[in-house]
Design a protein around this ligand. Structure first.
Ligand code: MIG
Length: 789
């Protein structure tokens, strides 16, 4: 029996008190603090572990004052807001209804009935390599009744399908480079946030607990779904929709949205473990420019360092890095370097000595600095839960940024360890509330990313570009993420789609996978198909492991190179649209890459589509992720006309169609009526001066009325926060004639467009008015010169 089972009892509901927006509910055994954040978000807090909250995810959550009522009902109490009705009973059973009285989320009343794992000889089976599951000892356990028609999403970076029904997942940040299959219940990231879709009504549960937590969506028993935690407080948020979009917006209100990135970070990025000499790195840079394949960012992996000592350079292989980076910058490249957490044990090495002297490293339970092994050999772990350590780590970023480095890539911060797992009782100072490793583990990478972000921000004054492997809920505020060590296999290309879509729904607006796959040897066909997906994902980075076959765009044959060029150029064409989507994401949390159901929740056919996604509101991508596929079926959501990007043919939504898919064609569909700003053909962001606003307009036979906001700013600084940006509002009404309106709403950024060029598809001979005046269309183009806004 679980050692905690007895303790997790609330007992009879006795009474309640209201203090501002908190209803304090007293049970015989525990007190529950129910905080009404606003009419659709509620936090339940039970200090089972300690009085203080120890949230690392929630920083500046402001409650908006809203009216609510509390009353006694039979056997319990009821709290109602403008949107929700919450009924609470003995044993802290909670049922949540919408205002029409429709049940959204009902606590499960039965006993838990875990299925039985029958085992005989554990030891022998393990000796052969079988991975037998240990029974998880949970202190906190909340189960909810499973309804027949329920779908589950979110949970960050998890294997398997888009809909998480029937899966069981563990949040315990784990570095395991073996090929991630569906049997992997844990990866590098922990985002204990689940979205449930119950008969068209969506709500979210954010269980803010960074001990090991589990989420089970009916694997254990189809009668219920549950979340549980090894220890800590019970601290969870109920976030009502009714749309998934609202739930994501609510969740990112709580944990923060992804900040607006610099534009160059949205260009193509090339990485490799490792470009290990200056000569090789320059060869790569030159190749991009000679071959006319756009690229903004190159990476240096661990081998640039001196013996894997973080914040150092290997002088032999990278002599005079400042000059090298200057040269790269002049060619239009930014350089990103990897920084791991593990600090080499090495007297005389500045970082080690400083950290040791100031007590910046995690210790064992006797206060002795804890050692394990990572790349540099014997290593110690900075205590990122200590704000002094973070300050010091932030200052160290200067060593890199002064050399000219533009972004920092944080790896191994689960934290990984080569000599066995880090013991549970390794201690972290946590600013005076010491915590053990089992409480620090899942937020270690998160706090490292925070330190890195703050350092890079201070040193450069620009929007930091940080990439991290481990994360917790809320890491989106500091860092981009990538999904770690995938493999160059078709299976992993397929898996990346639901994984990235769920990451997007979990607040991680800026995410990507290693394009081409990390482990294993890539093939020309696989790279061709993968680059087609990467084109539409926020982070577009090709990366591969040491010892694997080269997979730069030109590494195979001319055809593969041409396909890479074609799609990377398409990415640069779409950059203004992608940047607009990132701007929106920074405000509302709506991710660039998202499942179809995000925009088409009324259309149930979209609920389990794993192999198509939306890129922003206007573009549907149906990539090919099967070797040799000459055609594929594509579902087009109901209620729209969809225009084939390549042929401009129109299709009615609400049907499956078959498209032929020769290797250079990734099926792309544009929503009828769409307005899509496009960029210049450039080798890198900022290569050309841009004074023309170019907009593609995709008309269709149906009459449409569409609006779009196009955003520009300097693309790198924080001046936009003081209003230095322009917001162009574009409206297109397609009726008997086509009427367009363009207006600048916010206009404090001085570099304004001087011309507009509309590229209009499917105009069908109609006449065109722009801002009330008739405009000629020649070859599908309408040009408005001397435009002043
Ligand atoms: O133990 O730095 O996921 O992207 O190339 C391997 C070397 C360490 C793991 C990362 C990968 C990176 C590699 N790192």
């Amino acid at each position: 029996m679980n050692k905690y089972e007895k303790e997790f009892k609330f007992g009879k509901l006795l009474n309640y008190e209201v203090e501002d927006n908190v209803v304090i509910i007293k049970f015989k055994q525990e007190k529950v603090f129910m905080r009404i954040i606003n009419s659709y978000m509620i936090n339940f807090f039970v200090p089972l572990y300690r009085k203080e909250r120890n949230s690392k995810a929630v920083e500046n959550l402001k409650d908006s004052h809203c009216d609510f009522e509390v009353e006694n009902i039979e056997n319990g109490i009821q709290i109602s807001t403008e949107k929700l009705l919450v009924k609470i009973y003995d044993e802290f059973k909670v049922d949540v209804y919408d205002k029409k009285g429709i049940i959204l989320c009902e606590d499960y009343r039965g006993e838990k009935e875990h299925f039985k794992r029958r085992t005989a000889d554990f030891k022998l089976a393990e000796a052969e390599g079988h991975d037998l599951k240990e029974v998880f000892e949970e202190k906190i356990y909340i189960s909810k009744k499973m309804e027949e028609e329920m779908y589950f999403y979110g949970l960050g970076e998890k294997t398997g399908h888009l809909n998480k029904k029937g899966y069981h997942y563990v949040n315990w940040n784990t570095d395991d480079p073996k090929p991630h299959g569906e049997t992997f219940d844990r990866l590098y990231k922990s985002i204990p946030f689940l979205i449930c879709l119950n008969k068209q009504n969506a709500f979210g549960i954010f269980f803010d607990n960074h001990f090991e937590t589990h989420f089970d969506m009916g694997r254990d028993n189809p009668k219920y779904y549950y979340f549980s935690g090894a220890d800590g407080n019970l601290d969870y948020y109920f976030i009502y929709g009714p749309s998934v979009k609202n739930v994501v917006e609510g969740y990112t209100k709580i944990t923060g949205t992804m900040p607006l990135p610099q534009i160059w970070t949205l260009g193509y990025q090339q990485c490799r473990w490792s470009y290990d000499t200056k000569e090789r790195l320059m060869e790569i840079a030159n190749n991009f420019r000679e071959k006319g394949i756009p690229c903004d960012t190159l990476y240096l992996d661990i081998d640039y360092m001196d013996g894997y000592r973080v914040f150092t350079w290997n002088d032999e292989r990278f002599e005079n890095p400042e000059a090298m980076i200057k040269r790269l910058n002049s060619m239009g490249f930014k350089l990103v370097t990897i920084i791991d957490p593990g600090v080499k044990v090495d007297k005389g090495y500045k970082i080690y000595d400083e950290g040791l002297k100031n007590g910046y490293f995690a210790t064992d339970n006797q206060g002795i600095v804890y050692r394990n092994e990572v790349w540099p050999g014997d290593s110690v772990y900075p205590d990122f839960l200590n704000s002094n350590t973070r300050k010091w780590w932030a200052e160290n970023q200067k060593i890199m940024t002064d050399t000219g480095v533009s972004g920092i890539w944080n790896d191994m911060n689960e934290p990984a360890s080569f000599k066995g797992p880090i013991p549970d009782d390794v201690m972290f100072d946590n600013d005076g509330i010491p915590v053990k490793h089992k409480e620090a583990h899942n937020v270690y990478g998160h706090m490292m990313a925070k330190a890195t972000y703050e350092g890079v921000k201070k040193e450069t004054g620009k929007r930091p570009f940080i990439v991290t492997r481990a994360c917790y809920a809320g890491t989106q505020k500091y860092s981009t993420i990538w999904t770690g060590d995938n493999q160059s296999t078709w299976e992993h290309l397929r898996m990346s789609l639901p994984m990235l879509m769920n990451l997007g729904l979990s607040g991680m607006g800026f995410c990507g996978t290693d394009v081409g796959g990390f482990g294993h040897d890539c093939s020309p066909e696989l790279l061709s198909r993968w680059v087609q997906v990467g084109t539409f994902t926020p982070l577009f980075r090709n990366h591969s492991a040491m010892g694997t076959r080269d997979q730069e765009p030109w590494a195979f044959d001319e055809n593969t190179e041409e396909i890479n060029r074609k799609y990377i150029k398409l990415r640069y064409k779409l950059l203004p649209y992608i940047y607009d989507a990132m701007w929106n994401c920074s405000k509302s949390g709506a991710p660039l890459i998202r499942p179809l159901l995000f925009n088409y929740q009324e259309d149930k056919n979209t609920y389990e589509i794993n192999d198509e996604f939306l890129c922003g509101d206007n573009i549907l991508v149906a990539p090919v992720a099967l070797q040799g596929a000459k055609a594929r079926m594509i579902y087009l959501p109901e209620g729209e006309t969809w225009i084939d990007y390549w042929t401009k043919e129109e299709y009615k939504g609400g049907q499956n169609i078959i498209k032929e898919t020769p290797l250079d064609i990734c099926p792309i569909f544009i929503k009828g009526g769409s307005i899509i700003p496009i960029g210049e053909d450039q080798n890198y962001v900022g290569e050309k001066q841009i004074d023309t606003l170019k907009v593609e307009v995709y008309l269709c036979k149906e009459n449409t009325e569409t609006r779009y906001h196009h955003y520009i700013d300097d693309g790198e600084s924080f001046k936009y926060q003081a209003g230095e940006f322009n917001d162009y509002k574009i409206k297109v009404a397609n009726g008997d004639k086509v009427e367009m309106k363009v207006k600048i709403i916010d206009h404090n950024y001085e570099d304004k467009y001087k011309k507009i060029e509309f590229i209009i598809y499917n105009l069908n001979g109609k006449s065109l008015n722009v801002n009330g005046e008739k405009v000629n269309v020649v070859d599908g183009k309408a040009i408005i010169s001397n435009w002043v806004g």
